[in-house]
Ligand binder design. Structure first.
Ligand code: ADP
Length: 415
């Protein structure tokens, strides 16, 4: 089956086409046929297309809305010049898998999209006002472009974390806030945490039930997950993706009283404070320079910039603190897994996080750590380390494609 994987944001549509099926999944022989991105939808869009064995192509064109973006993608995919032999017409796309950010408490697994499911995703809009509407536009656009008969599947960022126990997902707030307004920890990046936990058990040749691991997704957004016996039992993002680790522009954990305090001091509205916490804090806020970890590392190396160094230190400190907390939360773990742009590519950040765990006997093999970049996966801890340390490049799209196939074929999903 050729599965179109769509990740629709407010002004972007990312896509991949993955050829997969039950036998391909069993043999780990899924094939990525194409990928690309339409950015700045609503104006003169920037379009990037890439197919296996063909040079990446970048162009600009006016793209009005999500539907026009999906049409642009399909026009290219089915064109002669795309180099994708397997997709010659719309009929060669057999299913669409969507990344959907918020599934609330209803969606604990990926599901085939029906009108009722669509209503369920709409019900979660108040929990993810920026993301779910864009995801819904993507679903509707695909319906219009491919027809209502084409199977579409929703894969939720929150679903993997629905196994959290109540004492981990509830905040110590008036209980009726949970009952009335569903205020609780949901967690995000679930598809990424689930994927790397799955790869970890494949690499080690162990069963899901024996998978006890702390996964660290360190990208622009950052989150940690405690995975016990294959299930997520705690995670650092909360009601929204703002909680937890220090991120590119998000603060992560702060004293909730800071909001009111700074609003009064600087005459900010609640929305303005929220915007600063989400868009001008984290690495960006501390350094005053950039939200980009690579630039911060360069800056601190080349000019010794004090605030760049501090931003990196606070980032690593917070990650190691969460590892410590999760070891207690899950009664010990076998491994820590690094993923996301920073986790996959920065030996320095991995080393600095793990140095803080040296007291408990965690140690890296310096050469292995250095050599695991550019999507190389494997173990980087030294012989005898109390915790194994892995680098596993994430691949949410692959999992979305596989969930889509399983849903269409009517077989149970593996979580
Ligand atoms: P997103 O969360 O938007 O998907 P990514 O997972 O691509 O983002 O992560 C982006 C982050 O990864 C940026 O901070 C970027 O600087 C960082 N990054 C990418 N390559 C490296 C590298 N070689 N060293 C350090 N950080 C890197």
């Amino acid at each position: 089956m050729n599965v179109l994987v769509l990740n629709c944001g407010s002004s972007t549509v990312k896509f991949q086409i993955i050829a997969t099926d039950l036998d391909r999944i069993a043999q780990d022989a899924d094939e990525r046929l194409a990928r690309g991105l339409v950015e700045r939808i609503g104006g003169e869009a920037i379009i990037t297309f890439e197919a296996a064995g063909v040079e990446a192509r970048r162009s600009t064109a006016p793209v009005r809305d999500t539907r026009a973006a999906v049409e642009t993608i399909i026009r290219w995919v089915t064109s002669e010049g795309s180099g994708i032999g397997a997709v010659k017409s719309v009929a060669d796309v057999h299913a669409v898998g969507h990344r959907v950010v918020h599934g609330g408490e209803r969606f604990t697994h990926s599901v085939a999209i029906t009108d009722d499911v669509l209503r369920g995703i709409e019900d979660c809009i108040e929990l993810a006002p920026l993301h779910n509407p864009a995801n819904i536009r993507g679903i509707q656009a695909a319906r219009e472009v491919f027809g209502a008969g084409l199977p579409q599947v929703a894969v939720f960022d929150t679903a993997f974390h629905q196994t959290l126990p109540d004492y981990a997902y509830l905040y110590a707030l008036p209980y009726q806030w949970y009952r009335r307004h569903r205020i609780r920890r949901y967690g995000f990046h679930g598809t990424s945490h689930r994927y790397v936990a799955y790869r970890y058990r494949k690499l080690r040749g162990i069963e899901r039930e024996g998978t006890n691991v702390i996964t660290l997704h360190l990208g622009n957004g950052c989150s940690a997950a405690a995975i016990r016996a294959g299930d997520s039992v705690d995670t650092s993002m909360g009601l929204t993706p703002l909680e937890g680790l220090v991120m590119g522009t998000r603060s992560g954990d702060i004293d909730p009283a800071i909001g009111d305090f700074i609003a009064a001091k600087e005459g900010l509205t609640a929305q303005e404070v929220d915007s600063v916490l989400n868009k001008q804090s984290g690495l960006m806020g501390i350094s005053g320079l950039t939200n980009d970890m690579r630039e911060l590392l360069d800056e601190s190396r080349e000019s010794g910039d004090r605030r760049a160094r501090l931003a990196i230190e606070i980032f690593c400190y917070r990650v190691s603190k969460y590892v410590g907390a999760y070891l207690a939360a899950m009664g010990g773990a076998d491994a820590v897994v690094f993923t996301g742009g920073i986790g996959e590519n920065s030996p320095e950040i991995r080393a600095r996080v793990c140095e803080r765990l040296a007291w408990m006997g965690v140690g890296l093999d310096a050469a292995l750590n250095e050599s695991h970049t550019d999507r190389r996966e494997g173990v980087i801890s030294r012989e005898g380390s109390r915790l194994l340390v892995y680098v596993i490049p994430t691949d949410e799209e692959l999992l979305i494609a596989r969930d889509t196939v399983r849903s269409v074929r009517g077989v149970p999903q593996r979580y």
